[in-house]
Design a protein around this ligand. Structure first.
Ligand code: ZN
Length: 477
C-alpha cells in the first residue's frame, strides 16, 4: 500500500524540503518505520528513545486521530494520507433580559450586522454585553482585537506587557509607526477606541502567570489566546478549564496556522490534543523562524469569527475541530478532535486541580549555565584585532539571514548543517559562534563541545548586538 505522509513545515528540513513523502506499508506503524528509515533526521523529533511516539506529536490517518483508531496498529489502504501534526510556538454570556440597549448611533453603526437575521438586534445586544479577554496584542491579537472592537464587543480585555518595536509592524496592524516605543496596550487602546469609542478597552499590563491568571480571566466570558509561547498556552488552557471558560485557540508559524475552540464543558481542551509541550528549542519561535505577515491576519480573523459566533450563538463552532491552514498552497484542512478521557485536566480522573509552574512544565529554566562560555561583542572585537584569523568566527544563521547582514571574515555554517560539517573545522582552533541574538550560537557551542572542540565561545547578543555596539552602519532585522 502506498500512503502519502504529509510533513509539517518545521520538519521539512529532514525530508529535503518536501511537504509530502510517499511511503509503503500495511499499518501506520510500518509506514512510520519506513519513513524514519528513509529520513533518519526525523527520528528524534517524532519518537522517544523507547520507540514510542512523542506526546507532542499527533498522527492523523485521513482526518481521524490514530488514537481513536488502533493507534500504530491501524491498517492503511492505498491512497491514504497520514498527517503529522506537531504542536506549534492562538454559550451565550448574558440572558436576554439583562442585555444592554443600543443607542441610535449604535443602531446605525452596526446596521450591516442588524440586517443579518443571525445577528439582529438581539445578537448585537449580546455582543455589547460580552466581555472578551485577548491574551497578547501582537500578530494574532491585532486583527482579532480590531474585528472584535469593530463588531461592537462591549468589553475587550487585553493582556500584554511589551512595547511596540519596528519589527512588529510587518504584521501587528493594530499598532503604527506613530506608536513605536509606546506600550502595546496604550497603542492598541488608542487605535481600538478610535475605531469604536463605544467599546471599553481594559488593559492588563502584566505577564500572565499562575499567580494572576485566574483573577484576570475570571471576569471574562470567553478567552482568545494569541500567545506565542508554550508556557502561556498551557497556562491559558488550564485556567480556562478550571474556570469553565471557552478558549479560542490560534497559532502560527512561517506559512502555516492552526485554529480551534477548546471548551472542556463541550469538547476537548488543548491538553487533550497535546498533553505535553515539545522540549525547549525543538520548535523554533517566530522570532527565529519567521512568519508571513498576513498569516496572523487570517488565523486571528478566524479567532475573531469564532468568538463572535459563540457570543451570538450562531453557526457551527470549531469546538472539537482543528483547522490547519497552509498559506503557500492556500489550503484549509480540518481534523476532528476528541476529548481524551485520560486528559490530566479535563479527563475522567483529572490530576491537575490548580495552576502549576508552567516554565518548569515546559522545561524552561532548567537550561545549562552558560556563564563563562559567552563573549561580549566589545571583548570579541578587541580579541579579534590581536589574534586575527586565528580566532575563527562561525555564523550559524541561515543563508537568507547572511544576505541581510554579516560580519566580515565570518564563515557561514547554518546550525542545521553543523553536525555534518564538523570535518571542515580545525579541532584545535579557537572558535567563536554567532547567530542573530545569541540563542542558536549556544546550541552550536554545545554541538562543537560535544564533538570534542575544546576552545569554543558564543557571541553574546549575536550579530544584533554587534550591529548596535560595534558596527552601527550594519542593517538590523
Ligand atoms: Zn483535556
Amino acid at each position: 500500500m502506498s500512503v502519502t505522509v504529509s510533513i509539517p513545515t518545521p520538519l521539512r528540513s529532514f525530508t529535503g524540503g518536501r511537504d509530502a513523502v510517499a511511503v509503503v506499508g500495511t499499518t501506520v506503524g510500518q509506514v512510520l518505520d519506513e519513513l524514519l528509515a528513509a529520513h533518519t533526521g526525523l527520528k528524534r523529533h517524532l519518537v522517544q528513545d523507547d520507540g514510542r511516539l512523542r506526546t507532542f506529536v499527533n498522527l492523523y490517518l485521513n482526518d481521524t486521530d490514530i488514537r481513536q483508531l488502533a493507534s500504530t496498529a491501524t491498517p492503511v489502504t492505498e491512497g491514504d494520507v497520514l498527517t503529522i501534526v506537531p504542536s506549534i510556538a492562538g454559550g451565550s454570556p448574558a440572558t436576554e433580559t439583562a442585555l444592554p440597549k443600543l443607542s441610535h448611533a449604535e443602531v446605525l453603526r452596526y446596521s450591516r450586522h442588524l440586517l443579518l437575521p443571525e445577528v439582529g438586534v438581539e445578537g448585537q445586544r449580546k455582543l455589547k454585553a460580552a466581555r472578551v479577554l485577548t491574551i497578547g496584542a501582537g500578530g494574532l491579537g491585532s486583527p482579532l482585537s480590531l474585528y472584535l472592537a469593530a463588531a461592537g464587543v462591549g468589553t475587550i480585555g487585553i493582556v500584554d506587557f511589551d512595547v511596540v518595536d519596528l519589527t512588529n509592524l510587518q504584521r501587528q496592524i493594530v499598532h503604527g509607526t506613530s506608536t513605536l516605543g509606546h506600550s502595546k496596550l496604550e497603542s492598541a487602546k488608542a487605535r481600538l477606541t478610535d475605531l469604536n469609542p463605544n467599546v471599553d478597552i481594559v488593559g492588563h499590563e502584566a505577564r500572565l502567570t499562575s499567580e494572576n491568571a485566574l483573577d484576570i480571566i475570571r471576569d471574562y466570558d470567553i478567552v482568545v489566546d494569541g500567545t506565542d509561547n508554550f508556557p502561556t498556552r498551557y497556562l491559558v488552557n488550564d485556567a480556562c478549564v478550571l474556570l469553565g471558560k471557552p478558549n479560542v485557540y490560534g497559532s502560527i508559524f512561517r506559512f502555516e496556522g492552526q485554529a480551534s475552540v477548546f471548551y472542556a464543558k463541550e469538547g476537548p481542551c488543548y491538553r487533550c490534543l497535546y498533553s505535553e509541550p515539545p522540549p525547549p528549542g525543538l520548535v523554533p519561535s517566530c522570532a527565529e523562524g519567521g512568519v508571513l505577515g498576513v498569516l496572523p491576519g487570517i488565523i486571528g480573523s478566524i479567532q475573531a469569527l469564532e468568538t463572535i459566533k459563540w457570543i451570538i450563538g450562531a453557526g457551527d463552532s470549531l469546538i472539537g475541530r482543528l483547522v490547519l491552514f497552509d498559506a503557500l498552497k492556500l489550503r484549509f484542512r480540518e481534523l476532528k478532535l476528541r476529548k481524551d478521557p485520560s486528559c490530566p485536566i479535563c479527563g475522567e480522573n483529572p490530576t491537575i486541580h490548580e495552576l502549576i509552574d508552567y516554565q518548569a512544565f515546559c522545561g524552561i529554566g532548567a537550561e545549562p549555565d552558560y556563564a563563562g562560555v559567552e563573549i561580549g561583542v566589545e571583548d570579541f572585537r578587541r580579541e579579534r584585532e590581536q589574534k586575527g584569523d586565528d580566532l575563527v568566527l562561525i555564523d550559524v544563521r541561515e543563508p537568507h539571514e547572511w544576505e541581510i547582514a554579516h560580519i566580515d571574515g565570518a564563515r557561514l555554517i547554518p546550525l542545521s548543517q553543523l553536525p555534518d560539517r564538523l570535518g571542515e573545522l580545525d579541532g584545535h582552533a579557537e572558535i567563536v559562534t554567532h547567530c542573530h541574538h545569541g540563542a542558536r550560537s549556544l546550541k552550536a557551542l554545545e554541538i562543537l563541545r560535544g564533538a570534542g572542540f575544546g576552545k569554543v565561545r558564543s557571541l553574546a547578543g549575536g550579530i544584533d548586538a554587534w550591529a548596535e555596539q560595534v558596527e552601527p552602519g550594519m542593517a538590523r532585522y
